[in-house]
Design a protein around this ligand. Structure first.
Ligand code: SAH
Length: 393
């Protein structure tokens, strides 16, 4: 075996690694041996000289190493194939027959730090977030072809966080046929046309699938407000569940065009969606109360920890407006997808909004991401989607 470059940690800094955390921060490193080439595989040792594991370096990033294994082993195609098959087994067992749009690999949550793969029918979308995964991209394309025989694999590594890794933003076809403008998926019997090339994220908010479905089950005859609707995921489910009236708000005109397509595609001609293009904060302030259900699914307001105070004000304002718009016994589905907004803080903010709205509010349940977005228990940072289901009196 070749001698691999290694980093040696400061005394005591091995604890998170021993507990399974996948990140080594540069501040924890006492020294290095060999060339730490961005993306290359190497080893990590404790200050006392104990071998801790192997991972991918990036000396340019604050996260200098992402762990792949705690064992001394060869990290070759069969190692990564095994990880891919492990991830696939979970999806096959849990999602077969429910949807052909799902996350195949969820980075750290599937023990493949920095790699996201989403599946939309016969199309796969790959996102490499780290220098390590950038180097393995060709290998993963081969493994994905071997496992899924997709028609196409498209890359959507056009995310600003790549800059922190010293990588350019990339978008384009990696394998197979040129993509059509839209790729169709079926999620719990609802059909959606996903814009893989230009859409938000990798084209669709797969993480809200189960929450959309749970809305559908209680939508019969209800008057619904879907704020931050994107291409209408929640509303199409609500429509399939027999919703009476649906109002949708989004700042993206393109997203609202997709809503119209999705209502037609799912034969929801009976419900004429009321589409409002604009800022969710402004639009909600000017609506009249009288809704049975409000869904609030805003973009992440706190991408950095330092954004939390401003984000908190934003979430409070939105939730205050939503509570004001709900009828007695109405339901609020309110979400945050900010990594830094923990459950406790989110609930406190919604509580403060309830106090200001002068409403009595019951917590009926919590919502998060589905099984195809697993979180490594040793890496709680991987959890980001937090939702509360509330009943307003
Ligand atoms: N609920 C959607 C996903 C919502 S993502 C689904 O299930 O698919 C967040 C959405 O908020 C995006 O569509 C984005 O265009 C929209 N958005 C961002 N800022 C906004 C603002 N200030 N006002 C209204 N919509 C906004």
């Amino acid at each position: 075996m070749n001698i691999l470059p290694r980093i040696i940690l400061k005394k005591g800094k091995e604890k998170p690694i021993l507990r399974g955390h996948p990140w080594v921060f540069s501040g924890a490193v006492a020294g290095a041996e060999g060339d730490l080439v961005p993306g290359e595989i190497g080893e990590v040792y404790s200050g006392g000289g104990d071998f801790l594991g192997m991972g991918q370096f990036n000396p340019r990033s604050q996260i200098i190493l992402r762990m792949l294994t705690r064992r001394k082993e060869v990290l070759d195609a069969s190692f990564f194939r095994e990880r891919l098959l492990q991830a696939d087994a979970l999806r096959k067992r849990e999602l077969r027959g429910k949807t052909d749009g799902y996350r195949v690999i969820n980075g750290e949550g599937d023990f493949l730090p920095g790699l996201i793969v989403d599946r939309y029918g016969k199309t796969l979308v790959l996102q490499c977030l780290t220098a390590g995964m950038e180097r393995l991209k060709g290998l993963f394309v081969d493994l994905l072809v071997e496992r899924f025989t997709p028609k196409s694999i498209f890359e959507r590594s056009d995310v600003p966080t790549r800059r922190e890794e010293g990588l350019p933003e990339l978008r384009g076809l990696l394998y197979g046929e040129e993509l059509p403008d839209r790729v169709e998926i079926e999620e719990y019997g609802c059909r959606f046309k996903v814009d893989v090339k230009e859409g938000q994220k990798t084209g669709f908010y797969l993480d809200q699938r189960e929450n959309r479905f749970s809305l559908r089950e209680i939508s019969q005859g209800r008057k619904i407000l879907d704020c931050f609707c994107y291409s209408g995921g929640f509303s199409v489910h609500a429509g399939m569940g027999g919703a009476g009236e649906i109002t949708l708000i989004d700042s993206s005109g393109e997203a609202l065009e997709r809503v119209k397509d999705h209502f037609a595609l799912n034969h929801l001609e009976g419900i004429r969606p009321h589409l409002i293009k604009g800022d969710g904060f402004e639009v909600m302030r000017n609506l009249e109360p009288g809704y049975d259900i409000v869904v609030l699914d805003p973009p992440p307001f706190a991408k950095k920890k330092s954004h939390l105070p401003g984000a908190s004000r934003g979430y409070k304002d939105l939730n205050l407006q939503a509570l004001r718009l709900l009828k007695k016994e109405g339901l609020l589905f309110t979400f945050s997808c900010s990594h830094h907004m923990n459950w406790d803080l989110f609930q406190k903010i919604v509580f403060a909004a309830a106090v200001d709205a002068g409403r009595r509010v019951q917590l009926l349940g919590r919502k998060s991401h589905p099984v195809d977005h697993p979180v490594n228990l040793s890496h709680p940072e991987g959890e980001y989607l937090r939702g509360l289901v509330l009943r307003v009196l």
